[in-house]
Design a protein around this ligand. Structure first.
Ligand SMILES: [Zn+2]
Length: 308
């Protein structure tokens, strides 16, 4: 069985202001490392554009319509201090949605054992009706709801190891007991949510915050002592990874000290878990990661693990 890699050149056309960490070079770096010979076994395909019907699985219709019409014909429009739209943003965002959905279908249909969706902008800060923190639509959340609607998945889980808390994913599933959301993240740090006591209406939100300067040992302990036992008990039938690599020690936006091998380790742990309850079905969607070297090493370790 194979690993599917989905991406699209249109994701390079979401322009951000000079000096912004969430830039097209991130995706170029990912593409560069995944074109090395050791990744020849990946099955590569283009991410299609998602539809509005998919986006509204998780986002408010008025918000989606407004965002669609707000994209400028030239230059940039700021939605908040660090989230802006350029003429290429809408297509890039919709390729992200379409990529996450196509990956879900390929894995649910049994065409591939798992998939990595290399797209930008990221998604996990986008709430039901609000863009935030470089994000517009929550690709991972949409993949979960799509798997439920199209394939009757009763329990899906989203595991988010981006260094920032996925406030958007948490908000979307706060009252939904059919989707478990688990996150490790640095705290305090943007966006400020993600305390251990935030557990959702049905105890299906599992936050495991880490402290500044924590490294691989604390990260692994958070998974072994807190996140993996909760996931094991929940027994998801489909697993989605919000794969952010900004907890890498080189990353400029945070101060955790993970190494590439820690991302490989957590990926293998999640694969073991998915093998037990989800028939191995995993879709991983790129979130953050802002140091190009750290991003390349970490994506390489993550995808190597996915390829088995
Ligand atoms: Zn992040």
């Amino acid at each position: 069985m194979t690993t599917l890699l989905l991406s699209h050149p249109a994701c390079l056309n979401h322009a951000t202001p000079a000096g912004h960490p969430e830039r097209a070079d991130r995706l170029r770096a990912v593409k560069e490392v995944l074109s090395e010979e050791r990744f020849n076994a990946l099955v590569r395909s283009e991410a299609p554009e998602g539809s509005l019907d998919l986006v509204t699985l998780c986002h408010n219709e008025d918000y989606v319509t407004e965002l669609r019409h707000i994209a400028p014909d030239q230059g940039l429009i700021y939605l908040d201090g660090d989230t802006s739209m350029s003429p290429g943003t809408w297509e890039a965002v919709m390729r992200g949605v379409g990529g996450a959905v196509k990956a879900t279908e390929a894995v649910m249909n049994g065409e591939h054992s798992n998939a990595f969706v290399a797209v930008r902008p990221p998604g996990h800060h986008a709430e039901t009706a609000r863009p935030m923190g470089f994000c517009f639509f929550d690709n991972a959340a949409i993949a979960a709801r799509h798997a439920q609607r199209k394939y009757g998945i009763a329990r899906a889980a989203i595991v988010d190891f981006d260094v920032h808390h996925g406030n958007g994913t948490q908000e979307i599933f706060w009252s939904d007991k059919s989707v478990m959301y688990c996150s490790t993240h640095q705290m305090p740090l943007f966006p400020g949510t993600g305390a251990t006591g935030e557990r959702g209406e049905h105890d299906t939100i599992v936050n495991a915050p880490l402290a500044s300067e924590d490294g691989g040992a604390q990260f692994r302990a958070a998974f072994e002592r807190r996140i993996l036992p909760h996931l094991e008990k929940f027994a998801p039938e489909f697993l989605i990874i919000s794969a952010g690599f900004d907890a890498h020690y080189r990353d400029p936006l945070a101060s955790l000290n993970l190494k590439a091998e820690d991302f490989g380790w957590v990926t293998r742990k999640l694969m073991d878990l998915a093998d037990r309850s989800a028939g191995g079905r995993i879709v991983s969607v790129l979130e953050g990661g802002y140091d190009l070297q750290g991003l390349k090493e970490s994506v390489a370790a993550h995808v190597t693990a996915l390829m088995g």
